[in-house]
Design a binder for this molecule. Sequence first.
Ligand SMILES: Cc1cc2nc3c(=O)[nH]c(=O)nc-3n(C[C@H](O)[C@H](O)[C@H](O)COP(=O)(O)OP(=O)(O)OC[C@H]3O[C@@H](n4cnc5c(N)ncnc54)[C@H](O)[C@@H]3O)c2cc1C
Length: 448
Amino acid sequence: MEKVKVIGAGLAGSEAALQLAKRGIKVKLYEMRPDKTTGAHVTGDCAEFVCSNSLGSSDILNASGLLKKEMEILDGELIKIAYENSVPAGNALAIAREDFSRAVTKKIKENPNIELIREEITEIPDGNVIIASGPLTSDKFADAIKDFTEEEHLSFFDAIAPIVEVESINFDKAFWASRYDKGEASYINCPMNKEEYENFYNILINAPRIEQHDIDKNSKFFESCLPVEVLASRGIDTLRFGPMKPVGLIDKRTGIENYAVVQLRQDNSAKTLFNLVGFQTNLKWGAQKELVHSIPGLENANIVRYGVMHRNTFINSSQILNQTLETRKREGLFFAGQITGTEGYTESIATGMLAGINMARRIQGKELLKLPRETMLGAITFYITDKAHLEHISSRDGSLRYLPPQPINSNWGILAKPLNKLPRDKKLKNELLAKRSLEYLQNFINNM
Ligand SMILES: Cc1cc2nc3c(=O)[nH]c(=O)nc-3n(C[C@H](O)[C@H](O)[C@H](O)COP(=O)(O)OP(=O)(O)OC[C@H]3O[C@@H](n4cnc5c(N)ncnc54)[C@H](O)[C@@H]3O)c2cc1C
């Protein structure tokens, strides 16, 4: 019987191993803890939650809740254990973390198809392999992944700017243009006069910041990738001569060059999401909301992803993976979890589930699953593996340049939108989208 090697018994690796085992496939599950730790994990248990004990909402009117429902429908293993070990937390699914990890570890150890091996892997093994070594992949293994993916397709740090839904932008104020009118008018520009800029600046320099984890404190930021609040602290005009530079950006309606401009760049091929250029940040989420909403044109912007900056090893899946999570270069090699460029506990478990199911299907000679983009998991896997991320117009000289996708968690903006216009009411809209996702998933399963 063919064996599968799963690297990392975190959230994704544990889920993948259990998916394979219940399909009768033998698994060698490699975990370097407790002998070697990541700096964030504190136990030797499988599927340890490294920070908060919440998996986010379980309400299907929330994007993360919808993803959980899809996992239940696809018979996810860790989601069941999470509900069995949940603690009261309103609409959110929060767990007693030690009980949860112990329960997962027990289930893995008792499974006759899984052998849990405490060992650090330093090379990508031959044969059928799922890499689920997470955002804190050990250095030696990261080198091996770097060789496989080629250096420029592996990142070690998240520097994410907030992402907003385009339909929530006020185009009475914002306008489309590229700097010096080069190429297509592909950027959304939010202009500011002097007074608006000073108001924005005051909010920014007084905004509270997120306390950094110890493992992040030693990480140095690249000069070209500094948090927006750090740039702002260098002086009131630093941003106006940096990411908020107004030169060459004329609003054709007024014909004037503004005092400062916030630019937003397309973030997904469906053109529904845009990120704020140069706004990678460590501000607290409430402060980010206030700051974004103080920008003319973004007063009511729906923020689908807040900015973060922390250590995170992840591949550029848009170059490396198919939507099935198998690598394009090597059949039988899959990636799963946060290392694929997804972000969050629920997303890590979900991609682990899909990689496990697809590896089993690869071994059984079945077609691999590519979930519909109308489902949340289909949308996430499409987003991270979408080749359209490859080229963007550079704001400096109008040339095409390469930009990897930013890590993403579940959100409504990435779902394929229906052709009919969606209702404006948020609750009604989400109800409609959630219902459609579950119908698509059910049809997909019926035709499998
Ligand atoms: C500090 C920190 C805090 C976070 N907080 C949150 C949060 O509050 N909420 C949230 O939703 N998400 C959070 N995340 C993001 C993410 O959801 C978690 O990191 C999640 O655990 C990722 O799941 P995973 O399975 O991809 O990786 P992990 O759960 O990290 O699993 C990877 C496993 O691989 C092992 N491993 C690594 N290298 C090797 C090797 N060479 N050989 C063998 N084993 C190896 C590791 O020991 C680990 O057990 C956080 C991430 C970090 C780093």
